[in-house]
Design a protein around this ligand. Sequence first.
Ligand SMILES: C[S@@+](CC[C@H](N)C(=O)[O-])C[C@H]1O[C@@H](n2cnc3c(N)ncnc32)[C@H](O)[C@@H]1O
Length: 338
Amino acid sequence: MVRCVRVPKAEGESARARILEAGLLDTAHRIGSEDGFLLIPVTSDVEGMEMCEAELRPQERPVGDYRELLTLPEGLSDMLPSSFDVVGDVGMIKLPDELMPFRSDIGAAMMRANHSLRCVFLDSGVKGELRVRDLELIAGEGPSETVHREFGARMHTDPAVVYFNPRLAGERHRIASQVKEGEIVIDMFAGVAPFGVQICRAAKPSAVYSIDLNPDTERFALMNRKDNRCDVLEPITGDATLVVPTLPMADRIIMNLPQIADRFLPLALSHLKRGGTVHMYKIIERDDFPKLCEEMAAMAAEDGHSISLETSELKTYSPTMSVYSIDVHKLRSEHPLL
Ligand SMILES: C[S@@+](CC[C@H](N)C(=O)[O-])C[C@H]1O[C@@H](n2cnc3c(N)ncnc32)[C@H](O)[C@@H]1O
C-alpha cells in the first residue's frame, strides 16, 4: 500500500503542483483514481489534505535521453534537438536537413528511450490556414490518431489532420481557473476543443462554443465532450468571423491563432460583454510588441471600447520573435478610471 493524498479530480492538478513544490511527490508510483477522486502518491503526510492508503502502480521506467542511444558521424550529434512533442503515444520531432538521412535511427532511438511512444513522426511544421502539421512516419506504427492526457482530461486528436499543441496545457489551466459560474465562453479557433474541455472541467460555465474552420476538428471535439462529460460544450464547424455574430454575447473569448489573432480583436471586442476578457496569443518581433499593444488600445478606443491589457511573454519563437499571451479586459465603463 502507498500513502496518498485524496482530492476531487477537478482539484487534482493544483494539488499535484502544490505537493511537487513542497517536495513531497512520490515519483516512484503513478497517480491513481477512484470515484471522482485522484490519489496522489506522497513521501509523507501533507498538512491540510485528506490522506489515505491505496494500491498504486509503480511508475514505468523513467524517460531516458534518446541522444545517448545514437552514434552519428562527427559534428551531427550536437544538432539533435534536446526536446520533441509528445501527443498521447505519438512522438513528433523537428530535424535540420543534415539529420534527415538518420531520421529512422533517431525515431527508433526515441522509442527505445521512451517506452510510452507507439510511433514517431518527422514534423516539418504547421502549414496553411488550418495549421495542420506536415508529418512523416519515421519509426513505429501508425495511425497518428491518439488520446492525449492533460491535467486528468482525455483529449482525442490526430496531429496529422487537426491542430493540437500539448505545450499549451499550462495556458489552458490558467484560463480555466479564471472562469466563473454561468459564464458564456467562445473559443474562436478551438481545434479539438482543449480549452473548452479544461474550462468545463474546472468551472461551471453556462455555455462554451468551440468554433473551428477545419471540419475534422468537430469529430474529435465531440469525443472530447463525451469522454470528459462537458455537456455545455458546443463544437461548431465554420469560419469564426461568420459564426461569432450568431452567438450570444460572451463573458470570455479565446483567440489562439497567434500569427494573426489581432486582426480578429475588433470582432471579439464587439461580441464581448463589458467586464469580459479576450484571451489572445500573438507571435511577433519582440521590439514590435509595445507598438502592437498601443495599436490595439487605439483601435479599441476608436470602436468605443475602453480596455486594459495584461501581457506575458510565453516563449521564444525565433532569435528575435516571441509568443505572447495578451488578456484584453473590456472595462465596465468607457472611462478607464470608473
Ligand atoms: C493554432 S490552432 C489552435 C487550436 C486550439 N485552440 C488548440 O489550442 O489546440 C488554430 C485553429 O484555428 C482554426 N482556424 C483558422 N482560421 C479560422 C477561422 N477563420 N475560423 C475558425 N477557425 C479557424 C484552424 O483550423 C486551427 O485549428
